[in-house]
Design a protein around this ligand. Structure first.
Ligand code: FAD
Length: 499
């Protein structure tokens, strides 16, 4: 085996959505990173096709949302056949009150272009076959076309999917379970059109989730109760028969672009970091596809980890900051695993209590405004809050919450906060144009943008604080009155900007 030592700060294993998003974040932070991807080509399978509201906000914070929207079909409402329930995302307080439908391959293309434009090397056809940590270095064994060599980096991040090599090398367990049924996915045209763009239909025969790509094709995700488990290849004939059973009429599917059958699992890694090795995305957690959260969680993991690892590599933070990645993101994926597990069991069981429960729960959740708000808030990621941040000194109830795209009016035209975050650093909103509030070093290194002015329009609780510090991933690090800001902000900064 040859040894080639390349001076990368970070090697990322896996060019899926998580790895590509992370690569872009690290490059923005000035980190030299390289992505190695086992596959020769980008996936052409549609796989994960729905971007939720918070993911679109995050992509907007990096200037990518417009390109996604130009290729996507935005769907504002999900209809569930049970009790004629309707989940309406257009009522969410975001510019992206919708499920944005775009095939995974296209999302990856956009993320890869951003990463390579920022100077990241994405090497396809290169597999990570082993890794070990030795002091401040991680040695990675790489393989391409039978050639094996070793490269080293200061950090290794496994974004290498559910069978992660990096997770294995870290010695983390992937505990959980495999559900006792397989799911069929088929991207097809339908001879019998559907009235809804996104429909979940549940009956005695099973479950179907039908999603309109907006270009004549539909994604049909099906669980057939008569054939719960199979490893056979999917045929168009099987898709036609199963859909006819579930819809009570022939849906006349044709021209399959992609079909697959896969096992549903729910698993979580016992830890996300060991020294200089970390995992994110599917490598750290997998769950039922009901709710379409997989890719969304991966992108949010990358957004959370990117600026933290960037700060550690750049010497602006101690590596303790990385522990907050697991603390914050693990709780979110745990919540998703729990909720999707309950929903999947409820939707797939044919037992009487489950049949009663799903009708009752769906009706209550969709018809009572407060429960509807909670349901779509969690589904979209808009309601995500990082409670570990609440322990920050002087925390207000806004600390740890997602910051909406606030408009701040100063001297010139109003500034949109999600656009202000595009530089990849912190943003400080200060209602007064007074003396700088933060230590000069924090404001001076270009990683903190200060915006003087008042938050305009009806921004609910955000109208109250005079000063707001926003993290690079769009979460509130500190909010409060100017009188408390000088002392408490410095402490908050020590925690988040420079540990
Ligand atoms: C068939 C299928 C259908 C799906 N449908 C949906 C859906 O409808 N909705 C939804 O939300 N989610 C769906 N998912 C899940 C979703 O695709 C994942 O949650 C998402 O892709 C996670 O992104 P990731 O980057 O973390 O991992 P992945 O997308 O799995 O990317 C990991 C990458 O790492 C590479 N890799 C693996 N091992 C190595 C190695 N040793 N060296 C180098 N590279 C390596 C892989 O080739 C891959 O490109 C589906 C998944 C599958 C498999």
């Amino acid at each position: 085996m040859s040894t080639k030592t390349v001076a990368y700060d970070v090697i990322i294993a896996g060019a899926g959505p998580t790895g590509l998003m992370l690569a872009g974040e690290l490059a923005m932070a000035g980190v030299r990173c390289r992505v190695v991807e086992r596959r020769e080509d980008r996936t052409r399978e549609s796989r994960a096709l729905g971007l939720h509201g918070r993911t679109m906000e995050v992509l907007n914070m990096r200037g990518l949302a417009e390109e996604v929207l130009a290729r996507a079909n935005p769907i504002p409402q999900v209809r569930v056949s049970l009790g004629h329930s309707l989940f309406d995302m257009s009522r969410l307080a975001t510019d992206y009150g919708q499920l944005t439908i775009i095939p995974q391959g296209e999302t990856e293309e956009i993320l890869e272009k951003r990463a390579t434009d920022l100077g990241v090397a994405v090497d396809r056809g290169v597999a990570l076959t082993g890794c070990r940590q030795n002091g401040p270095v991680v040695h990675c064994t790489l393989e391409q076309n039978g050639k094996v060599w070793e490269e080293s980096a200061s950090w290794l991040v496994g974004c290498d999917g559910s069978r992660s090599r990096v997770r294995e090398a870290m010695g983390a367990e992937f505990t959980g379970a495999t559900y006792p049924y397989t799911i069929i996915v088929a991207d097809v045209r339908l001879g019998t059109p559907l009235d809804d763009q996104l429909l979940i239909r549940v009956g005695r025969a099973g479950l179907v989730v039908a999603t309109d790509f907006g270009n004549g094709w539909y994604r049909m995700g099906v669980i057939d109760r008569d054939k719960p488990w199979s490893d056979e290849p999917v045929t168009l004939d099987e898709v036609e028969r199963t859909l006819a059973k579930l819809f009570g009429r022939n849906m006349r599917p044709s021209e399959p672009l992609w079909t697959s059958r896969f096992h549903i699992q729910e698993r979580q890694a016992s830890f996300y970091r060991q020294g200089r090795m970390l995992i994110a995305g599917d490598a750290a957690h997998v769950h039922s596809p009901l709710g379409g959260q997989g890719l969304n969680l991966g992108i949010q993991d990358a957004m959370n980890l990117g600026w933290k690892l960037g700060a550690v590599v750049g010497g602006r933070a101690s590596d303790d900051l990385l522990d907050t990645f697991e603390l914050e993101r693990r709780r979110v994926s745990q919540g998703v695993i729990k909720v999707t597990d309950i929903a999947t069991r409820m939707m797939t069981s044919d037992r009487l209590p489950a049949r009663i429960a799903r009708r009752t729960v769906m009706s209550v959740a969709s018809r009572i405004p407060a429960t509807h708000r909670t349901a779509v808030g969690h589904l979209s990621g808009i309601a995500t809050r990082y409670p570990t941040m609440a322990s920050a000194v002087g925390a207000s109830p806004l600390t740890g919450t997602r910051v909406p795209d606030l408009r701040v009016a100063g001297h010139g035209a109003p500034v949109r906060i999600h656009e202000a975050l595009r530089h990849g650093g912190f943003v400080l909103i200060d209602r007064e144009d007074g003396a700088p509030l933060l230590p000069a070093v924090a404001e001076g290194d270009g990683r903190l943008v200060r915006i003087g002015g008042r938050i305009v329009a009806d921004s609910g609780p955000w109208n109250k604080p005079e000063v707001v510090l926003i993290r690079p991933d769009g979460y509130c690090a500190w909010a409060g009155p100017r009188a408390r800001a000088r002392q408490e902000l410095a402490l908050a900064c020590r925690r988040w900007v420079q540990s």
